[in-house]
Design a protein around this ligand. Sequence first.
Ligand SMILES: *[C@@H]1O[C@H](CO)[C@@H](O)[C@H](O)[C@H]1NC(C)=O
Ligand SMILES: *[C@@H]1O[C@H](CO)[C@@H](O)[C@H](O)[C@H]1NC(C)=O
Length: 195
Amino acid sequence: LPDGLPPGGLSETISTYRTIIKTCLENGVVLGADTRATSGEVVADKMCAKIHYISPNIYCCGAGTAADTEKTTDLLSSNLTIFSMNSGRNPRVVMAVNILQDMLFRYRGQIGASLILVGWDNKGPGLYYVDDNATRLSGRMFSTGCGSSYAYGVIDSGSREDMTVEEAYELGRRGITHATHRDAYSGGVVKLMTI
Ligand SMILES: *[C@@H]1O[C@H](CO)[C@@H](O)[C@H](O)[C@H]1NC(C)=O
Ligand SMILES: *[C@@H]1O[C@H](CO)[C@@H](O)[C@H](O)[C@H]1NC(C)=O
């Protein structure tokens, strides 16, 4: 569980995620996660999904309380689906992050979610970190969850400005694998995707 996140929600299942995202400014965005969800010392789910669909051009990786990350990303997705049906176009990434930050700030830290929102729109790639305190950061590489420091060790030392998507994908895979070895709350399999 990331530092300072309240246990939150009705669910006992706390998913501890380590999520890696790497952007390659011209070519694409890579995101990935492990699949372990824990409830105290017990592995509650070894194949949970931590990469959530938001819209055809946006996905979101979530760490924190499983129920909260699921619900938050579901709400965001339905909000943006209504937007797309009304306007006939995909949402911009910055619009998604604005709504997400708004939703989380309304609960003043009571939602246990630390999210990495990733997408692609007419401005190219967008990559944001948003958490339950409504912290919002924009950058080219983020990792979150209890295994994130292990993953950062690998991705920080291996990243370069001019990486290709394939290299970023491989680096993400190594980072997550490393974290599943060192962090007891990360495990299962490594899932990766590119946009
Ligand atoms: C949210 O803010 C509180 C109070 O400032 C802090 O204790 C906590 O660590 C923050 N949570 C995150 C996830 O940064
Ligand atoms: C989507 O979220 C925004 C910001 O919270 C809100 O203003 C808007 O009404 C929502 N749209 C729908 C269809 O729920």
